[in-house]
Ligand binder design. Sequence first.
Ligand code: IPE
Ligand code: IPE
Ligand code: MG
Length: 235
Amino acid sequence: MANKAEIQHIAFIMDGNGRWAKKHGLDTLDGHRAGEKTVRKVMDLAEEFQIKYTTFYAFSTENWKRSQGEVKGLMSLLGASIDNNLAELHEKGVRVRAIGEIGAMPAATREKVDTAVSLTQGNDKSHMVIALNYGGRAEIARATRQIAAKVANGSLKIKNINESTVAENLYVPDIPDPDLMIRTSGEFRISNFLLWQLSYSELYFTETLWPDFGRDDFIRAIEAYKSRKRRFGGR
Ligand code: IPE
Ligand code: IPE
Ligand code: MG
């Protein structure tokens, strides 16, 4: 099925791995492993439905609050996932991008992310954005620092700071804002995700836990999007 809904960008808050694991009597990390498989499925669906941009919230600036074991497990899962999928993504023309404070990630994870980003930087068939050590507030604070530095060095005048200036100083300024944001697991909140970019995105929430998210859920979300009327403040 082609992308008749004209959706360019879908952003995912992949939530519910922990509850999925509990429900199945498994360890939390087994839930994250199952969630990682869902990312691959969703990338295939994105290809099939011709969604050019996808963003996946993989680790938030707040997720460091979790146990050391879970954080370490998530980091190594992430590295393993890059190792296992990078060649295929590259072959399919996917450009991998990362948003978040990647520099503050453990070195082993950071290096794998950097490898994925640099290997695929010439690709343009589709773009996969991974939000890692990402927080919307941190992103806006970082943009503010960059803008302040330009004012301080005289290359930007205060009176010329506008919405485009802020947008240009986000992590990946060349990616269109999400048309649709999907959050799984029945939580109805944004949890510090893409605060600037989601201003006019359509939001879709499902009770499905992320490891169970599949083709039917994906189609339901797209159908819901098609039934919405985006007004952007107009009539
Ligand atoms: C989302 O699943 C994955 C990450 C936050 C890394 P959770 O681990 O938050 O799953 P629940 O919310 O505990 O079920
Ligand atoms: C949001 O999920 C972050 C990611 C999916 C990476 P959380 O599970 O961390 O969010 P809260 O704690 O329910 O708000
Ligand atoms: Mg959660």
